[in-house]
Design a protein around this ligand. Structure first.
Ligand code: NAD
Length: 391
């Protein structure tokens, strides 16, 4: 249930003074590769470099290109809607910070939408080099269609914060990053500074989502991965979660929830998911348990991770392997359908809600059940078994 039918989106951000389309140096994020065909994919992100010039704070209103349409739909649905029955997920009055949204194709975006649909206020942390394009796309209404919530209203993002989750404190940022054009104009984007800014702006949050990963050597087998590549994968994909909790938990209200995204390659061999990314996901899952204990005892905060199936995110599409991974899942998973980002988003909304008040330290699989399989049933050796197939 969204509380607003506002057709525009308000974004307050540390607006970079200038945008540079400087090249991304290294590939990054990786999720999976599987099946007999094997593969790997590296993705969109990069270890970037750069600096932060003095930014200026800006509040601006973005108006939908087609506001009338959305308002009309929202109002007509609202007027005919009945009180929800059963066990609705109600996050009204809760504030969420979602780290790792730079477009409308990934899991972070879908989670933001589900949380917004349940009534939560949405704050976003966007990787600094991607900030300008994300902001301008929002401003130009490029995401208006995908911002539409089930009741017809548009998801509002209250504020977008620049973030680079591989740096905890300003003094950790190397000179080449500090002077990189892609960081020019943004400031206060280390994890500690972002948490401080959120505290200053809003006081507290209730939900923290970590939806980011980066593995510069993801396309290399583990045996060929360099120490730097391995540590970079761990830093961006695992320690970033520890750091976010370390700095955000103190501003989280008791009873709050944190969620990260993991992948089955943490516990099963997925050829092609290299560069230490499988190790990074294993660390993330192990840390989920330890952090659940520590944050639970000290702050009454829950810590869970969603092990998601393959999604055609922007990075995945750019690399070109994702369709094969989706096909593999459809052929071999108990549920023969394509996984939608919304299914992961809705699970996150459940995990963030009081309905999941006793769930912490858990890995929740949202993958059509693929994790439960011990074999790939599309292998010819099973040809005579007459295994039922969805058409
Ligand atoms: P995505 O590209 O939408 O999300 C990744 C985000 O991480 C991007 O917005 C990127 O800008 C951000 N990022 C990278 N380095 C960063 C840094 N140093 N600081 C801040 N942000 C940074 O792709 P996605 O597929 O939705 O990935 C989200 C999460 O889901 C990741 O943890 C990924 O491993 C996990 N996951 C994805 C799949 C899949 O098939 N797509 C499957 C299982 C798990």
């Amino acid at each position: 249930m969204a509380t607003s039918v506002t057709p525009g989106i308000r974004i307050a951000t540390n607006k970079p003074a200038a945008y540079s389309s400087c090249k991304v140096s290294k590939p990054g994020i990786a999720f999976l590769s599987s099946g007999s065909k094997t593969t790997s994919w590296a993705g969109l992100n990069s270890s970037s470099q750069t600096s932060s010039a003095q930014p200026f704070f800006q509040n601006f209103q973005i108006t939908s290109a087609k506001p009338q349409k959305f308002v009309t739909k929202a109002l007509s649905e609202a007027s005919s809607s009945k009180p929800a029955s059963g066990l609705p997920i109600d996050l009204r009055g809760k504030r969420a910070f979602i780290a790792g949204i730079a477009d409308d194709n990934g899991y972070g975006w879908a989670i933001a939408k589900s949380l917004a649909a349940a009534g939560a206020e949405i704050l976003v942390g966007t990787w600094v080099p991607a900030l300008n394009i994300f902001e301008s796309s929002l401003r130009r209404g490029k995401f208006d269609e995908s911002r539409t919530l089930p009741d017809g209203s548009l998801m509002e993002i209250t504020k977008v914060y620049p973030l680079d989750a591989v740096y905890d404190y300003p003094e950790d940022v190397p000179e080449d990053v500090n002077t990189n054009k892609r960081y020019a104009g943004s400031s206060n984007w280390t994890v500690k500074e972002v948490a401080e800014s959120v505290k200053q702006d809003f006081g507290s949050i209730d939900i923290l989502v970590h939806s980011l990963a980066n593995g510069p050597e993801v396309s290399k087998p583990l045996l060929e991965t360099s120490r730097n590549g391995y540590l970079a994968a761990i830093s961006a994909s695992s320690y970033s979660f520890v750091s976010l909790l370390k700095h955000f938990v103190p501003i989280m209200n008791p009873g709050g929830a944190t969620i990260s995204l993991t992948y089955i390659a943490s516990e099963r061999i997925i050829p092609g998911y290299g560069g230490g990314m499988s190790s990074a996901k294993a660390a993330l899952e192990s840390d989920t348990k330890v952090l659940a204990f520590e944050a639970g005892r000290k702050h009454k905060i829950r810590v869970n991770t969603i092990s998601a199936g393959p999604l055609r995110s922007r990075a995945a599409k750019a690399i070109g392997f994702i369709d094969m991974m989706i096909d593999y899942s459809r052929e071999n998973a108990p549920l023969q359908k394509e996984l939608s980002a919304e299914e992961v988003g809705d699970t996150a909304a459940f995990l963030a809600s009081p309905l999941a008040s006793a769930i912490t330290g858990a890995v929740i699989y949202v993958d059509n059940g693929l994790n439960a399989m011990g074999v790939g049933v599309d292998s010819p050796v099973f040809a005579d078994l007459d295994i039922p197939k969805s058409t």
